[in-house]
Design a protein around this ligand. Sequence first.
Ligand code: GAL
Length: 682
Amino acid sequence: MTAPLTSRFPYAKGSDGTRRLGYGADYNPEQWSREVWADDIRLMREAGVNVVSLAIFSWARLQPTADTWDFGWLDEIMDLLHAGGIGVDLATATASPPPWLTTAHPEILPVTARGETLWPGARQHWRPTSPVFREHALNLVRRLASRYADHPALVAWHVNNELGCHNVYDYSDDAACTFRAWLRRRYTTLDALNNAWGTAFWSQRYSDWEQLLPPRLAASHPNPTQQLDFKRFSSDALKDHLLAEREILRELSPDTPVTTNFMVMPGTKGMDYADWADEVDFVANDHYVTPGPQDRDELSFSANLSSGIAGHRPWFLMEHSTSAVNWQPVNPPKAPGELARDSLLHVAHGADAVCFFQWRQSAAGAEKYHSAMVPHAGADSELFRSVVELGRTLDALAPIAGSEREPARVAILFDWDSWWAGEQDSHPTSRLDYHREALDWYSALLRLGHRADVVPAHRTDLSAYDVVIAPVLHVVPQPLAKELTRYVECGGHLVTTYFSAIVDENDHVWLGGYPGALRDVLGIRIEEFGPLLDGDTVDLDNGTSGSLWTDRISVTGTDVEVLAGYRTGTYASRPAVTRRGTGRGSATYVSTRLGADGLTVLLPELLAPAGVTSELPEHARGLVEHVVRRDAEHRYLFLVNRSDEQVALPGLTGDVLVAPRTEGDGLVLAPRQVAVLRQSAS
Ligand code: GAL
C-alpha cells in the first residue's frame, strides 16, 4: 500500500492569489557584496523566480566562533527577498561544520573503512552519529528556528543538505557504538543476531554486544549480513539526524513545512528514500544528468521514482543544473533547449517546483565552473535569456499546480535492499549493476512509447498495475513473496529476472533451487547460476543476445511456455525466458541481461497478454515521451521531444498550455521541445 504522506507543499501565489509552480535556486549571497544582492533581486524578478534556498553553507558566517553569532546579514537578505516577493526555503546551515568546531572537536570527523580520517577543507565532514556534532548542529537549528519562524519570507525549512552525499558510510567509534545499539533494537538477543548473520561460518560467533563492529577493512570479505545491516543502519543514522533537526523545527516553527533534499540518482545509493519519505512534509529531490547514451532516460527514471517515493503527490525539484556541472571527468554544457526540456520533464513527472544549483555562478571555490542561472558572463547571455524564458513557461503552467501524476498500467519495482544486497562482494559476479538493469527496462518501455511508473517495492499497491516488472529483485522476504504470488493469482502479470528472489531479509538463500521465493509461481527451478565473463555473450533464438548472466532453467510447473531459448553457450537449447500462465495472470522469468535493445524486442510479447498498448502514434515512439498529470477536472498531457528531430503529432485535442507549432488539429514539436495540453478529465 502507498503509505500516507503529508504533503504541505510550499506553493508560491500569483498576484491573483492562485498557486504558481516554484521557480528558483540555491542562493549564496554570502559570496557576494551588497551591491550584487540588489542586482540579484532585480534579476530574480525578471526571471520569475519566486523561491530560493538560503544559508545552506552559512554555518561559519552565522556562528564565526563558538560564542559569537552574526544574523544581521541574513536578516537583511531575508527582508530584501521578501520585499521582492521571493519566498525562502531556509536551510538549517548544518551541512558543513566551521573550522573552529572541527579544530576544537576533531572527534566529529568521519572515518573510512580503512581507518582514515576525512579532514575538513571540503564539506560534510561530520559523523552522522557524533553526539558532539549533533549538539552543536541542533544548537544552530534552535537559534535559526527561533529567529526566523515568523519571518514573512519563510516558506519551508531545508534540513542540512543532501544528507549522506559524502558522509553516508562512517566507520568511526561513534558509528560502532550507535551500530551496536541499532543491532540490539533489531535483534534483541545475541542468538538472534548470530542466526541472522550466519556467524557459524568462519568462526564469527559473537558472545558480547561489545564485540560488534562496522564492517571495517578486513582480511577478506566481511560478513555479508553485517555489511547489509551496516547499510541499513547508515541510512537510518542519517534519517535520525533528519528527525532530530525536524523535531526542533516542528516545535519552534510548527506552521512551516520541513523537507530535506534527496538525491534520487544512480550514484547515490546509500539512502533508502522510500523509507525517509514519510518523515518530510513534502518530498524534494536533486538531480544531475550523467552524460551518456541513456542520460535522458535516466533523468525520466529518477523523476518518475521521485514521484513514486512521494506517493505520486507533487514534489519539489530542489536542484538541477542550467548547463554544465563541474564534478564529472568532462563537463559538457547543455544543448540549446535542454535546460527547458529537462526542467519540464521533471514537471511532467510531478515536480511542482523547478530549482537549480545555483542562482549566481561562483567566482571562487570548488564549484566556480558549475553552471548557474546567472553565469560568469552575466545577464547578457543566452543562458540567462533561457532562464527568463523558462520562468515564463512555468508561469503558463500555473494551472497544473497541485495535479498528480496519472498512474500508468505498468510498474517497475525499485528496492534499496536488493540494490544493496545484490551488488555485495563474494557473489557469482561482481559486475551486477542493479540500477542499470532497472533503467534498461525503463529505456525499452520509453522506446516502445509506453508509460510506466517506477515505484518503491515496499510502498506500492501492486493491484493498481496490470504489469509489474521486478528486475533483479534479489531480496524477497516471505511477505513480499506472498504479495507477488497473490498478485499473479489475482490476474496480474509479473515479470522478473536473473538473481531475483534469491535471499530473504537476512541475506540467507531460499533453499531447494533458485529463485527460491518465487520458484512455484514462476514454475521453474535453477540448480546453478551461469554468470558470463566480461565480453562473453550468448544468442537467444528470438534474435536477441544476453550478457552478464545465464541460468540453467528446468521447467517444473504446468502451463509454462518457453518464450525464448538459448541458441549458444553452455545452456544452448535450454530455456532463457519462460512464462507461466495462471488463468488471467502470468509470471515471466528472464534469465539473462538483454540490455535495452534486447528488452525492446522482448517487451511487446510480455505486455500483450495484459493488453497494454502505446498511446503514441508509431512514428513518435521512442522520440517522444508522454506523461500525464491530472486533477479533478483536467488531464494534462506532457509530450516531450527527446530527440534532435522535429516530430509531428496529429490528431491531438485540448488547450495548448505550452505552445509548439500547431498544424491543423495537430502539433509539431521542434527538436527537444515540450508541449503541454489540457484536456477535460471526463
Ligand atoms: C549538490 C549540492 C550543491 C552543489 C551541487 C553541484 O550535490 O547540494 O551544493 O554542490 O551538487 O552539482
